[in-house]
Write a protein that binds this ligand. Structure first.
Ligand code: AMP
Ligand code: MG
Length: 316
């Protein structure tokens, strides 16, 4: 359905759409989310439909205060308690066994629910005004890079969502870390801003998900984060081919020994992580056909960068 999208800075106005059973795109410190009342199946269905999201890919439920966790779960495990105490509100999502109130649609039929409390005050103010926890995946067409500005959201959905809440600038530009706390020891399903090392400081036994355990995080099997342009890892073999090609762009931490029409040298791994999706979207807008990306070490935030780059490059 084609509707006109209202772009507003009013959390009250945006919340009124949620209360009517509509969807709203909203900013968080990680990326923009596309939200609906998590207890309203009809509203949640609209998210899957407009994103083109597979029904076996569960959503993250966003809360404004820790007390809302009790509305969603059977129990809070010891490891979840530690993560919540240290990192909530913040860019980390915990997975716990769900209660009967959470619709199966939200959790894609799983008996667990993913929960996050954003650190952006504006987001929490919006969720508070909604009066219910908000189920929200990233606000992009499935398979595309996540949206880090309201214009990215507008560009993806082109009038097919009723409301975009425009707020403070997204801080991290990369999705939350997802930790499955329904199992012991907990498993890191998706690396993000909160690193494996930071988590291991409070739960030493935590491990990174095994690549072959597909059932654990259904979303991981889908094509993700891909711009229209082909994403290629920068290395010595492709150096000659890439050089001076006016259809190619480059992003990395170090200057490559080849020239590109568009090039972004990031100041730090954190800068690389937060610039990646915007850079992909800019390259598409400017018609680039290939994006060369520099590999980084899989430690700290580097683990999240490589996770996104591997998926973006896997499509081709
Ligand atoms: P998105 O918000 O678009 O970044 O997607 C949410 C991510 O959280 C996806 O990778 C999902 O697979 C993952 N997720 C959400 N709920 C669960 C759950 N109950 N168990 C495992 N992974 C989940
Ligand atoms: Mg997503």
């Amino acid at each position: 359905m084609c509707v006109k999208t209202i772009v507003t800075t009013s959390v009250l106005k945006a919340a009124s759409f949620i209360r009517k059973g509509e969807t709203v795109a909203f900013p968080t410190e990680t990326v923009y989310g596309l939200g609906a009342d998590c207890f309203n199946e009809k509203a949640v269905m609209k998210i899957f439909k407009v994103k083109g999201r597979a029904s076996d890919n569960p959503l993250i439920v966003h809360i404004h205060t820790k007390s809302q966790i009790r509305l969603l779960v059977r129990e809070i495990t010891e490891s979840a308690y530690r993560i919540i105490k240290k990192f909530f509100p913040g860019p980390v999502t915990v997975i716990l066994e769900k209660n009967d109130l959470v619709p199966h649609l939200v959790t894609a039929g799983l008996n667990t629910v993913a929960i996050r409390m954003p650190s952006m005050k504006f987001t929490r103010e919006f969720i508070k005004k909604c009066g219910v926890p908000i189920a929200a995946p990233s606000a992009n067409i499935s398979g595309k890079p996540s949206s880090v500005t309201w214009e990215h959201v507008q560009n993806d959905f082109k009038g097919r969502i009723p409301c975009i809440l425009k707020g403070p600038e997204v801080k991290y530009g990369i999705e939350s870390t997802v930790v499955d706390c329904s199992v012991e020891p907990p498993v890191l399903l998706r690396p993000g801003k909160i690193t494996l090392e930071e988590l291991q400081r409070i739960i030493p036994e935590i491990t990174l998900v095994n690549k072959s355990s597909k059932i654990k995080s259904p979303g991981m099997k889908y094509r993700h984060y891909s711009p229209e342009a082909k994403v290629i890892f920068w290395n010595t073999e492709n150096r000659k081919l890439a050089a001076d090609n006016e259809n190619s762009a480059y992003i990395g931490l170090n200057k490559p020994d080849a020239s590109f029409r568009k090039i972004k040298i990031c100041k730090s791994p954190e800068d690389y992580a937060s610039s990646l999706f915007s850079f992909f979207r800019e390259c598409d807008r400017e018609g680039f056909k290939k994006i060369y990306v520099q590999k980084v070490q899989r430690t700290g935030i580097g683990l999240a960068i490589m996770n996104r780059l591997d998926k973006a490059a896997a499509r081709q």
